[in-house]
Structures are given as structure tokens and as C-alpha cells.
Ligand binder design. Structure first.
Ligand code: 0RQ
Length: 502
């Protein structure tokens, strides 16, 4: 057989997308593929949303539990949120429609560490998984599935679901075959054995996903691009942040604490994280490696430039232009990129063993080094914790990057007390803004406060932070981590009331 579906048993299951969507029942928990806009099913979610709208019009409200790898795209999260078709969403999202509904209190969202999803699902924490809807880039003659541009939780979905719907997307490069490393060695404790990755590009599994054909209830053929966001071109602020990070790395090398080719890099989502990668392109470091979650434009450019030798991740997160380029040249990247299940790409054991240098974006940090990655003004979720906690807690050095102000200077991202905590002071080694870099390692809380205010705060907010800290040092209940409790969140309250922290 030719084409992307080369197995007769699977080929016999090809149906129109509307027919496939009819096979999902009201109340089902549905595990869908997809991670940061890559490898998500492109057509079944839309057909399901249409069906949900029709059911509602007929007086039969229908919702499904929606589980994925991480964020997807408007064709999945957006359409299903639009028709109020989602009962519970987990573990990460960045969709504007979903975000609005979550923050309006009409959509339940459970935001969990990405490395925890598979084991919690295996334990049944979220209930039973009824259906898996998984995009693949092909099916081999002997019935194995060639994964697409993300792996995410697909092994778990295919393993746990009663029924499986496959989307075979011929837009995805046929040369993805062989790029994946699917590890089937994870078991539940007791009796777990070490994950034998000792270098970022080690391959410890097989290149294909396995799924018993009997479980497959429908196969849908698609030819649709991944829909990723375009990154903003690095601006002066993000270039300056990147410069501080590079100087810090150079100093660590100089002190003999990092090798000349650094340690495996992890870089989070967002424009600033992407800009730091762009900075590495022209920096002094060569022969780098990455053990990370997503391969974004900046990382692909580092591979192209030969600065990065190999990269391990669970997904791509490329702009349309970079995705086109990757699709043209995928064969050339096959030996240098490894895509793994997110349980492995984000595994604490491996992150600690390899000594990853973790760099993640944040919403805000406080003067003692606690970090909020997820909530605006303590109550509105932006995206989710994603993999930042998996890496930050276990990294060799955990770095958080942010511009010092947001919303045209109305908000200071360095605040007296964070309005929500994702990464505690114990997991935060370094904070960087365009103003400077604060290395917090080894410092007591009061010394951390002095360093963060001096090095990271914007000059417009620095005097007010100093004033708060000085008064807290005199009037707090205790002087280990001095706070004025009636004032510590007043900056956020002022923003909520007046539209500015000033
Ligand atoms: O809002 O678009 O309405 O203006 O938040 O901010 O500056 O574009 O930042 O793209 O670097 O993302 C933390 C969201 C930063 C991201 C976050 C407003 C700001 C803007 C976005 P507008 P920017 P970035 C592994 C790593 C958690 C997950 C993670 C993130 C919007 O990095 O989701 O790390 N991280 N995963 O105006 C109010 C503040 C604000 C603020 C920014 N202090 N108060 N609003 N904004 N700071 C990868 C994965 O897990 C997949």
C-alpha cells in the first residue's frame, strides 16, 4: 500500500470526520494529542464542537472531559470552549477563549505539572479515560503508529483509552519517522527502575507508538498545518535579558562551575525565553545540548547554526515559517532531535541527572524570590505551570526571566509579595530582568531582597520597593523574611482598582 496508511486493518477504518465525532459520547473523558500547538488533532475536535452545538440546540447539553499534553490551538481548545463543550480541562492551556471561560468561572481547569499527568491518569485520579483522539503522521505496514510533531501523553492515552480515533495528517513531514523515542519502561511504584538516559540525545525506546488495532474505532485523514503562534522579534528588553543570562553563563564557566559547552538547556515558552535562545546564537558558547520540553524557533536556529549539537524535547513549538522550513528539511534533523513522551522529557530524575540549566518566563517575582508563573493579580489564570515546575525544582540552575514592567509600565513584575506562588524561593536560583541579574544562591531572605530590588526592579518602582522593605525590616512580626501583611498585596489591589500599581 502507498500513502500514509500502509496497514489494511487501519485503512479499513477510514471514515468521514463527522462520523468519527459521533463515536464520542456525552460525558466521555477524551485524551487528545497536542503540545504547544503541535501534533493536535485538526478535524475531530471541530466536528465534535459542531455536534455539541446541535445537541444543545435539541435540548441535550453535552460536555466532555478534555485532557491533552499541553496547550493546543483554536481548532481544538478554542472550538470546544466556544460551545461550552468542556467539562474539565487539564493539564495546560493558553487559548484565549478557554482562558476567558476559565476566568469567568464557567470552565473547570486543573493546572498540574506536566510530568505528573501520565502517572495520575494511570492511577485513575481524573476518572476513566474513554476515548483517545491522537494525530499521527503515518501508520506502517505492520500497524505501528508514526508519531507526529509532538508526543505529549499519547502513549498513556493510547494505552488507557477504551476507544481510539486516529487522525493521520499528511501535512506532517514523512521524515518525522525515526525522530521519536517512545519509552514503554515506566511502571507504577514500587519496583520502578532507573530511566537510563545519561546524555540528552540517548535513545532508550522505540520510534513508534503502539496501539492494538481492535481499539481503533475510526481513522480520519487530514492535511492541515500545526497552528503555532508567531514569536515577537526580540526587542531591546529581551535582548538585554538575554545579554545578562549569557554574561552569567560566561562567569559560571570562568569560575569552573559550568563546562565550556554549558549543561543541557531547558527553555520555556514565551517571547523572552525565545529571545534568550536567539542571544545564544551569537554568544561565545558552542557544542551545546538541550534537554527541554519544546523546540521553538530559537532552538531550531541554534541547531542550524551548529551552536546546538542535539536537542531532546516532547514537541515542536514553531512559527508557521519555521514549521515550513522544518518540514522541508526534517530528514536533516533526524539524528539531532529526539522527541519523547512528556513523562520522560520532563522527568525529575533525568533533569537532575543531566544538570539542566532551566530558563522560564514568569508573571511576577517577589523581593524574596518566590515566583508566580500563572496568575494575573492572584486570581486570573494566564496559561498554567506547564513544565516549568518539573524543571525548576530539579535543574542544576533554575533561572527565571521577565521584563521588569508589564502593561506599558503600569505593573511592576517585581512586587513585595507574589499574588500566587508557583515556584517557591527554594526553587529559584536566579532572576533576570532587562535591569540586571540577581543570583540568589546562598543568600538569606534579606540579602535576596536587597539584591532583587537593586538588580532587577525597574527604576520607577525601585524606591517604593526599598521603602516597603525598609519599613518591613522595622515593623514586621519577624525579621527573617520581613513583611507588612496589611500592605504586602496592596500593589495588586491598587492595580485592580486604578489600573496601575503606581
Ligand atoms: O498580556 O498579551 O494581554 O499584553 O501576560 O506576557 O510578556 O508576552 O510574556 O510570552 O514571555 O509569557 C509567564 C505567561 C510569560 C509564560 C508567561 C501579561 C502581559 C501579556 C504575557 P497581553 P509576555 P511571555 C515550559 C515552561 C508558564 C509555563 C512555563 C508562561 C501576558 O512564560 O505561560 O513556564 N509560563 N512553561 O502583559 C499582569 C504581570 C504580568 C502580566 C506579564 N506581572 N501582571 N499581567 N503580563 N506580566 C513550557 C511548557 O510548559 C509548555
Amino acid at each position: 500500500m502507498v500513502g500514509r496508511i500502509r496497514n489494511r486493518r487501519f485503512a479499513a477504518k477510514v471514515v468521514e470526520v463527522d462520523e468519527a465525532a459521533q463515536l464520542i459520547e456525552p460525558g466521555d473523558n477524551v485524551g487528545m494529542s497536542g503540545f504547544t500547538g503541535a501534533g493536535y488533532p485538526k478535524e475531530v475536535p471541530g466536528a465534535l464542537a459542531k455536534r455539541i452545538a446541535v445537541e444543545r440546540a435539541c435540548g441535550r447539553p453535552m460536555k466532555v472531559g478534555l485532557w491533552t499534553g499541553a496547550s493546543t490551538a483554536p481548532e481544538l481548545d478554542g472550538v470546544l470552549a466556544e460551545v461550552d463543550g468542556i467539562d474539565l480541562r487539564m493539564p495546560y492551556q493558553s487559548d484565549p477563549v478557554s482562558r476567558t471561560k476559565i476566568n469567568a468561572g464557567s470552565l473547570d481547569y486543573t493546572d498540574i505539572h506536566l510530568s505528573h499527568v501520565a502517572q495520575q491518569v494511570r492511577q485513575g485520579i481524573f476518572g476513566h479515560l474513554d476515548v483517545a483522539v491522537v494525530e499521527v503522521s503515518g501508520i506502517t505496514e505492520d500497524g505501528r503508529l508514526v508519531p507526529s510533531s509532538s508526543v505529549g501523553n499519547n502513549t498513556t492515552w493510547l494505552d488507557r483509552a477504551d476507544r481510539v480515533i486516529l487522525e493521520v495528517n499528511s501535512w506532517q513531514s514523512a521524515h518525522l519517522a525515526g525522530m521519536h523515542d517512545i519509552y514503554y519502561g515506566t511502571t507504577e511504584p514500587p519496583g520502578r527502575t532507573p530511566i537510563p538516559i545519561t546524555r540528552p540525545a540517548d535513545r532508550i525506546g522505540v520510534p513508534y507508538l503502539e496501539c492494538p488495532p481492535d481499539k481503533v474505532i475510526a481513522v480520519v485523514e487530514t492535511e492541515s498545518p500545526d497552528r503555532n503562534t508567531v514569536f515577537a522579534e526580540p526587542d531591546a528588553v529581551s535582548e538585554s535579558i538575554a545579554g545578562h543570562v549569557l554574561d552569567f553563563f560566561a562567569d559560571e564557566v570562568h569560575r569552573g562551575r559550568l563546562p565550556r559547552n554549558l549543561l543541557p538547556l531547558q527553555s520555556g515558552v514565551g517571547n523572552v525565553a525565545n529571545a534568550v535562545l536567539a542571544g545564544l546564537e551569537t554568544g561565545p558558547f558552542r557544542d551545546l545540548t538541550a534537554y527541554t520540553e519544546v523546540i521553538q524557533d530559537g532552538m531550531l536556529r541554534l541547531l542550524d547554526a551548529g551552536v546546538l549539537l542535539t536537542a531532546s524535547a516532547t514537541a515542536f513549538s514553531l512559527s508557521p515559517a519555521a514549521a515550513d522550513r522544518f518540514n522541508r528539511d526534517a530528514a536533516a534533523y533526524r539524528d539531532r532531535i529526539v522527541l519523547r513522551p512528556q513523562e520522560i522529557s520532563n522527568h525529575p530524575e533525568v533533569v537532575r541527572r543531566l544538570g539542566c540549566l532551566a530558563m522560564n518566563g514568569i508573571v511576577e517575582a517577589d523581593i524574596y524570590g518566590n515566583v508566580n508563573s500563572t496568575h494575573l493579580m492572584g486570581s486570573r489564570v494566564q496559561n498554567g505551570i506547564g513544565g516549568s515546575g518539573d524543571f525548576a525544582r530539579n535543574a542544576h540552575i533554575s533561572i527565571f526571566v521577565t521584563p521588569s514592567v508589564a502593561k506599558d509600565g503600569a505593573i511592576s513584575t517585581i512586587v513585595p509579595m507574589v499574588s500566587h506562588v508557583d515556584h517557591t524561593e527554594h526553587d529559584v536560583d536566579v532572576i533576570v530582568t532587562e535591569q540586571g541579574l540577581a543570583d540568589l544562591r546562598g543568600l538569606s531572605p534579606r540579602r535576596r531582597a536587597e539584591r532583587i530590588i537593586e538588580r532587577c526592579a525597574h527604576p520607577d518602582f525601585r524606591p517604593a520597593l526599598r521603602d516597603y522593605y525598609d519599613r518591613a525590616r522595622r515593623g514586621a512580626f519577624g525579621f527573617h523574611t520581613p513583611h507588612l501583611l496589611d500592605e504586602s498585596l496592596s500593589w495588586h489591589q491598587r492595580y485592580v482598582v486604578t489600573g496601575s500599581m503606581r
